[in-house]
Design a binder for this molecule. Structure first.
Ligand SMILES: [Zn+2]
Length: 67
């Protein structure tokens, strides 16, 4: 999955691609709520392979019930 972004690679100026993963939601008791979201693990440059770590909440989708 790719999320279009405005972020450019600091090394070559190419547009960065978001590397995403499915994150499970836990309640206050650390039990799975059954909801998931797509969160961003890092941004990578498809041109020079530069990787930039980002906050997990960065560009994450809203929580929703898993299909
Ligand atoms: Zn680059």
């Amino acid at each position: 999955m790719m999320i279009a972004g405005e972020l450019k690679c600091p090394k070559c100026g190419c547009e960065m691609v978001a590397v995403t993963y499915k994150e499970k939601e836990y309640d206050a008791n650390f039990l799975e709520t059954g909801r998931v979201r797509i969160a961003v693990d890092n941004l990578s440059c498809p041109n020079c392979l530069y990787v930039q770590c980002v906050d997990g909440d960065f560009m994450a989708t809203p929580w929703k019930w898993e299909d």
